[in-house]
Design a protein around this ligand. Structure first.
Ligand code: CS2
Length: 498
């Protein structure tokens, strides 16, 4: 079959479970246990499909158990549901590393639902006692969380809807509370898998504060009886492009509408608190611990903090992908020094956790030429990402009386990014829940650093007063904004050498 025909899905059969025996090495095992659904996962994005879903399939192959996944998209559209259900939940994971590509057809996803269309089916699932875990990858903005209090954001439109219509919820807290209300005799475990510090505790506070608005006794029960373990999840998983669809078509000779590209590396550290049971994730490389804090802060600050730094400096300087960014010697040196001198000293990790080796491994992962992880994807939702990834680190440096110039440059690069164009003048869209407000504030400054600080530092959803009012923080930002005013590339050179 010639390559152009392969790339035309009309000429290819759709991936189905009947086809699995023909896929040979592209499935994890020739045997399959035909599990029932034991996990409902909210947020059926690429990350979940390349990370938890694979760990869970491997755990079932290793130790059995009914841990099939019902995935739920909350975005309101049905296209992802229909594409995956047309393939009976199957999809390809396309691992791309310097040594080549590996295509694996993943099988743990058994069902996909789309809210609000599939409300009845979702709540039937959530009421099923066989569903013992509800996990989430809904990104930081999906928690409907007030960043100041950590409680549910009552001004969030979805939350307001759900408080007025508690039996037909659309928000994460609304769905979880409505489901738990029906599971008071046998609650499921709620497992956050998002990039938030203390993600389990953060989600528990949002859920309980939402429940308290409706029924204080229910809130008290959730607080005392429902497990919300925290986790640290790690795998670089870019958005799907046609090149993945072409890869899987070439390799499998089947059409896969929803393949997922990712790096070979993966890590999952989980607090082991699952009263209703869990898959044998430890049998397939996950780490089950009592306290995930050291691992999650290291990852959030060292990986996600430098990811965002690279993203914003690159959007201004005109580097399209992460590997192109770290291919710039000065920018690579800046990130190396940032991790070594400004981030690592804020972390307390077990003696066995070598932060310098972790740093070097991150730089090698970023340099992966096969992944083409776009800076624009990482630059999304800065208002939700900047606080957990960079501001906590800066606050720790200020408390320790230590410099944080490169961390300040990262925040200043995001502030400059809000102007909506690169140094070259190339326009880019700002994708962020607060985009309209932030762009208006940034535009009001007309490029003046002091005016930009006056406009953005009062945004309490991002900058706590304790930091915004800190003279050291403001002066470091001012200096960085002035450096960026001479162009991001010259600022990178200057801050690499400082
Ligand atoms: C990235 C993360 O898009 C982003 O914001 O920083 O998705 C990152 O790739 C993962 O956290 C890596 O584990």
């Amino acid at each position: 079959m010639n390559s152009s025909a392969l790339l035309n899905p009309a000429h290819l059969n759709v991936l189905t479970r009947e086809a699995l025996p023909a896929l040979g090495a592209h499935v994890l095992s020739t045997t399959w246990c035909e599990p029932r659904v034991g996990i409902v996962h909210l947020g059926i994005g690429n990350f979940h499909r390349a990370h938890q879903a694979l760990y869970t399939e491997e755990a079932m192959l290793a130790a059995g158990g009914d841990w099939g996944i019902c995935g739920v998209t909350l975005q309101g559209d049905v296209s992802k549901r229909d594409a995956l259900m047309a393939q009976q939940g199957l999809y390809s994971v396309v691992e791309r590393g310097p040594d080549g590509e590996k295509v694996t057809v993943a099988r743990a996803l058994l069902e996909v639902l789309a809210m609000p269309h599939d409300h009845a089916a979702l709540f039937a699932r959530l009421a099923d006692p066989l569903v013992r875990i509800v996990s989430l990858t809904v990104t930081e903005k999906g928690y409907c969380r007030d960043p100041k209090s950590g409680e549910v954001a009552l001004d969030d439109p979805l939350v307001a809807h759900d408080l007025a219509n508690p039996s037909t919820p659309r928000s994460v807290p609304g769905i979880l509370v409505a489901a738990l209300r029906k599971r008071r005799h046998n609650p499921f475990t709620v497992l956050s898998c998002d990039n938030l510090a203390h993600n389990g505790a953060a989600l528990r506070q949002v859920v309980c504060s939402f429940a308290r608005q409706l029924d204080p006794s229910l809130a008290d029960w959730i607080e005392s009886a429902v497990a919300f373990p925290s986790t640290m999840v790690d795998r670089i998983v870019p958005a799907t492009t046609d090149s993945e669809r072409e890869s899987t078509a070439r390799v499998l000779a089947y059409h896969d509408a929803a393949p997922v590209p990712c790096e070979p590396f993966r890590q999952w550290v989980i607090e082991d608190r699952f009263p209703a049971g869990r898959p044998a994730w430890e049998a397939v490389g996950a780490q089950l611990v009592d306290d995930v804090t050291p691992f999650e802060l290291a990852k959030l600050r060292m990986l996600n903090g430098t990811h965002s730094t690279l993203a914003y400096l690159s959007m201004l300087a005109g580097f399209e992908t992460i590997d192109a960014a770290v291919g710039q010697p000065e920018l690579r040196h800046l990130i190396h020094a940032m991790m070594t001198d400004e981030i690592a000293p804020t972390l307390s990790v077990p003696a066995s956790f070598d932060l310098r080796a972790y740093r070097d491994a991150l730089l090698a992962r970023y340099a992966n030429p096969a992944l083409k992880h776009r800076c624009a994807q990482i630059a999304m939702d800065g208002s939700q990402k900047i606080p957990p990834r960079l501001l906590g680190t800066i606050a720790a440096r200020i408390d320790a009386g230590e410099p944080f110039a490169r961390l300040a440059l990262a925040v200043a690069a995001w502030m400059t990014f809000l102007r909506g164009h690169a140094d070259s003048g190339t326009h880019f869209e700002i994708k962020d829940p607060l985009a309209a407000r932030l762009q208006e504030l940034a535009a009001s400054a007309r490029g003046n650093p002091e005016a930009l600080l006056d406009a953005l530092l009062p945004v309490r959803e991002i900058f706590p007063a304790s930091l915004a009012d800190q003279p050291l923080f403001r002066s470091a930002l001012r200096e960085a904004l002035q450096a960026l005013g001479n162009g991001a590339r010259s600022a990178i050179v200057a801050y690499a050498a400082c």
